[in-house]
Structures are given as C-alpha cells and as structure tokens.
Write a protein that binds this ligand. Structure first.
Ligand SMILES: *Cc1c(COP(=O)(O)O)cnc(C)c1O
Length: 392
C-alpha cells in the first residue's frame, strides 16, 4: 500500500502499521532476544531468535526499502558492518573492486586491510572522469563502489553513466548514499544495484545511534545479504532500530533544512577572503553541479572549504567555532565541524585517498542559519583572514 504513496508519506508510514494487539500507533520496541514457540518449531509469524529476526528491526527494514525503492533492506550494527556484510555476500578471492578515489576512508580501509588480504583486488580511481572509468574497466571488475557526493571533497559522480559502463562489463554497482539520503537521491532508480547507508548519519539524523543498511533490488542477492546478517551476526539492536525508524519519519523535513542552510553558508563562504575554495555541488559553476542538479533534488547539508592560511588556519578554524561542534561524524540536527586530514581521513594519509591539509569540513545542521553564519564569521575573524594566527 505504502509503495503507491509519495516519499514523505512513505517516510512516516512504510513498515509502521499500528501494533496488532494493542493498537499502539507507534510500533513498539520488541526488546527481546528470543520468542516463545507453540510446540517445537511452532513459530509465531516466523519469529524464532533475535539474530534471525526482530519485529522492530523488520519495521525499519521495510521503511528503508520503501524509501530507496528496493525489494529488501537489511540492517546492521553500523555502516561498516553493513558494507562488510554486502562485500562478503558478493566477493570471492580473485574478484576485483573499483572504488572512487575519495571514498569514505573507512570503506577504503575495510577493502584494503580486510578484503585485499583475503584475495580481493582493489583499485581506486577518479569516478568523475569518464576516461578513467573506461580505463578501469579494461580488466574484469566484479564490483564498482560509488560514493556521491564524496567525502569530504563533495565530488559528484554521474550514477547513471558509471552504472551503464559497469553493467556493460557485468559488474555490480553499489552506491553509498549516506551523504544525500533517499530524500535527495535515488540511486536504484538511476541504475545502481545496491545502496548502502551509514544510517548513523542523516537517516538517524540525531547523532544518537550507530547503524547501517544495505538496500537491494535483486531478491537473490538480498537473500545472500540477509544470510550474512544472520550467519555473521552484526545485526542492528531493537532499540537502535526503533530510534532510527523515529528519525527517518522526519528525514524529508530535515534534508530540506540542511540543504537550505548549507547552500546559504556555501554562498557566504565563497565570498570570504580567508577562503580559497568552497566544495559544495549546489554552487553554480562548481564541478559536478550540472550532474548533481540532474540526479539530486537538493544538494544536501555537507560542504568543505579550503583556507588561504593553509593547515594552521584550517586547524585553528576547526577549534574556534562555538555553535559548530568539533566532532567526527555528520548528518545530525546539530552542526559539526571537522579537520578531515587528522580526523575522519587520518587513516588514509599517504594513500591515494589522502585529503588536502588546508581543508575543513562542515556538517550543517538545522539550527537558525543566521546563528551558523555568525559563528563561522566570528571564528574566521578570530583565526585571521588568510593568515595563520595563534588564538588563545
Ligand atoms: C560514516 C560513514 C560510513 C561508515 O558508517 P559507520 O556507521 O560509521 O560504520 C560509511 N560511508 C560514509 C559515507 C560515511 O560517512
């Protein structure tokens, strides 16, 4: 039923039928590890043990599948657990993976440190360059890993274009949709086979949980990922599933405000003398703007800036804001600031995925944008316009 409704209606209702026994409008948290059987093997609605299935987790999985347009969604204990579940369901020794050269550092580390030693071959390429994409497919590829917008440089990959190339070569296309969320971008409709999420970020939206989801459009692959979830056991706990479900109900509202605030801040920072570059796909003339305008309904809440004062200025700015909190992660209602080179991307220093040292990343929250603008203006003034100035 929910599938026929529009996005914001599905966000509220998909998988969220009132409780059958009490009529509770909000599906309860089934905080239980096991389920009573009516005689040996007499399962009630198929529920047996918390690792194989939990009603709260299933309610969440139905909600996310409905929002991404997949046949199924499988929820894990974190974004990386979800990625690992998918990779182990798909890859075997000798398979080759191509991923974007500014993919999330943890994704690169997972492939490099866990899957490459297990016999998987790995190549990181610039997926925004069609020639590099063609060259990457000169040899067989099992899986293409796409992130768009990328973290932290906000590069845009044309999902439909790279998916067409990958499918011509028989590769599976995975899109990490964490930054855009299904409210702004629908990768399965654009040709991807699989969507993964760090639901820790925008899906949850309140910086109060860790979770990951794999969304699939092929029932057979969905079954393999679900088996991995059950057999390897990195399942999402009932309380986390319930919190996540609650957060998702306001996803469309939040994404609209995140996008509006980030766009205003990007425009202001682009004019600031201390800023040499703003990475935000919503700025006209930025690389990828046209593709982003085509494949996204808004440009999201993430942006990054490079500072004239170099590394010292970037570090100082990250430590100088008062509303933007200095922290890892992103996608919550509160604004966060980070210094990727030594924080989120410390693990990829010295690799092809290393990020510039004059770069600061902003996760723009849903506070009043005037307060956010003032906070950044004040912090930039304290840091010194373009000069690395000691603060204290
Ligand atoms: C945070 C993040 C991940 C990893 O998710 P966790 O929930 O931290 O395990 C993967 N991809 C992207 C783009 C992320 O931002």
């Amino acid at each position: 039923m929910e599938d026929q409704h529009r996005f914001a209606t599905r966000a509220v209702h998909a998988g969220q039928a009132p409780d059958a026994t009490t009529g509770a409008i909000t599906p309860p948290i089934f905080q239980t590890s096991t389920f009573v059987q009516d005689g040996i093997g007499g399962l009630r609605n198929g529920f047996e043990y918390g690792r194989s299935g939990n009603p709260t987790r299933i309610a969440l999985e139905e909600q996310v599948a409905a929002l991404e347009g997949g046949v199924d969604a499988v929820a894990f204990a974190s974004g990386l657990a979800a990625e690992d579940g998918l990779l182990r369901a798909v890859l075997k020794p000798g398979d080759r993976v191509v991923l974007g050269n500014d993919a999330y550092g943890g994704t690169y580390r997972l492939l490099k440190r866990i899957h490459e030693p297990a016999g998987v071959e790995l190549d990181a390429v610039d997926l925004s360059d069609p020639d590099e994409v063609e060259r990457a497919f000169a040899r067989p590829v099992r899986l293409l890993w796409v992130e768009t917008p990328t973290n932290p440089l906000m590069r845009i990959v044309d999902i439909a274009a790279v998916a067409a190339v990958a499918h011509d070569h028989g590769a599976l296309v995975v899109v990490d949709n964490t930054f855009a969320s299904p409210a702004l971008q629908q990768p399965l409709a654009q040709g991807a086979d699989v969507v993964v999420h760090s639901a820790t970020k925008y899906l949850g939206g309140h910086s109060d949980l860790l979770a990951g989801v794999v969304v699939l459009r092929e029932p057979e692959l969905a079954e393999r990922v679900r088996f991995l979830q059950f057999a390897a056991g990195a399942v999402l706990a009932p309380f986390e599933a319930w919190l996540l479900t609650r957060g998702i109900k306001t996803l469309p509202l939040r994404m609209r405000q995140h996008s509006e605030n980030a766009a205003a801040i990007a425009r202001t920072l682009a004019e600031h003398p201390a800023v040499t570059q703003v990475h935000y796909p919503g700025l006209p003339g930025s690389p990828g703007h046209d593709v982003a305008a085509r494949q996204m309904s808004a440009f999201g809440g993430m942006l990054s800036v490079r500072l004239a004062g170099g590394e010292a200025a970037a570090r100082a700015l990250a430590e100088s804001t008062r509303v933007f909190a200095l922290a890892e992660s992103l996608g919550g209602v509160e604004s966060l600031i980070g210094y990727p080179s030594a924080m989120t991307h410390a693990s990829v220093r010295g690799t092809p995925l290393a990020v510039p040292e004059d770069l600061v990343r902003l996760s723009v929250g849903i506070e009043d944008v005037a307060d956010l603008q003032q906070d950044l203006a004040d912090a930039l003034a304290r840091v010194g316009a373009g000069r690395p100035v000691a603060i204290g």
